[in-house]
Each structure stands twice: as C-alpha cells, then as structure tokens.
Write a protein that binds this ligand. Structure first.
Ligand SMILES: Nc1ccn([C@H]2C[C@H](O)[C@@H](COP(=O)(O)O)O2)c(=O)n1
Ligand SMILES: [Zn+2]
Length: 166
C-alpha cells in the first residue's frame, strides 16, 4: 500500500491540538487553557497556557477561585492568549490567527487587537454570559477581529509517547 493517508489532521485540528496540548502544562486546577498563534503562511509563531508569571511560585500563589482579591488566582494568573502572544518568535503578528480553547476575556481582547491578530478560533465559550466576555466581543467586533467556534472536526486527538509510536 502506498496510497496517501486520508485521516491526517486538518489545519484547524492541528493548531487547536497544539493549543490543547499546551493547556496540559497548566497548573490551574479548574480550567486549563492553551493558545497557539499562527501566521498567514500557516506557521506557528507562538504558544502559551495559563499560569503565574515567570518566577512566581505555583506553590505559593493561590489557585482559589473565591475570596478576597489577593487570595484568588485571578489577581496573578497570565492568560494563555497573553502568554502565546508574548512568547511569539516574531515581532509582527499582523494578520495572524489565534487558536484558543476558551473565548478570550476583555483584557486579552485588548492585547489581541493591539497585536494585529485578525481571527480567533475557539472551542468553548463557557463564560459567554459574563460582562467580561461581552466587553471582549464588543471590542473585537469594533476592531474587525473575526471569531469562529471550531466545529465539524474530530472530538479528540490521541498522542502516544511510547517507543513504538512510529
Ligand atoms: N480566555 C481565557 C480565559 C481564562 N483563562 C484562564 C484564567 C484562569 O487561570 C482560568 C479560568 O479559571 P476559572 O475561572 O474557570 O476557574 O483560565 C485563560 O487563560 N484564557
Ligand atoms: Zn484573558
């Protein structure tokens, strides 16, 4: 048999798969988010996941969701989108697409817009009813950044890490 394989990943599945693999690095006990920035030539130029800033201990800062401002993760965590953009290997992200597991918040929307990204592809919009996401969509729409939910693709991708994986 020397026919071309037909069940290879689509571009969308590939880039979202990379974003989701990156999410597995997150220490957040409740929501792990990964993001992947892709340029017009379909090259990955940045990857990130949600976590505390470099040098800020995962074991000392809080992972709680509730409590005073200083006692929850929200005051400290860097979102996956921020990290993917900051981790970018190129300085100009004009026209790039962001693949991200969870729809961006308002703060990330600002960064996405200012970085020149043109499209967001996401899996979940579980916080759609919050003002944070409403504000995000207002700004993204005004700035001409498109978004689409990834659909019609395979539900899962298996990655094997054993010697006989090839
Ligand atoms: N688009 C987003 C939204 C959220 N995050 C991060 C921020 C937190 O670490 C976590 C959300 O936690 P939850 O409130 O669901 O317990 O996800 C992000 O990286 N990107
Ligand atoms: Zn955010």
């Amino acid at each position: 048999m020397s026919e071309k394989r037909l069940d290879y990943l689509t571009w969308d599945e590939y880039f979202m798969g990379v974003a989701c693999l990156s999410a597995q690095r997150s220490k957040d006990p409740n929501t792990q988010v990964g993001a992947c920035v892709v340029n017009r030539k379909k090259k990955i130029v940045g990857i990130g996941y949600n976590g505390f800033p470099t040098g800020c201990s995962d074991d000392e800062l809080p992972w709680a969701r509730e409590g005073g401002t200083l006692d929850t993760k929200y005051a400290y965590v860097c979102h996956a989108e921020l990290n993917a953009i900051l981790n970018s290997i190129v300085s100009d992200l004009e026209g790039c697409t962001l693949y991200v597991a969870l729809f961006p918040c308002n703060e990330c929307a600002k960064i996405i817009i200012q970085s020149g990204l043109k499209e967001i592809v996401y899996l979940s919009d579980k916080y759609a009813e919050t003002d944070i996401v409403r504000a995000s969509k207002t700004m993204l729409e005004m700035a001409g950044v498109k978004w689409r939910k990834l659909s019609g693709c395979r539900e899962s991708v298996t990655i094997r890490l054993s010697e006989d994986c090839v």
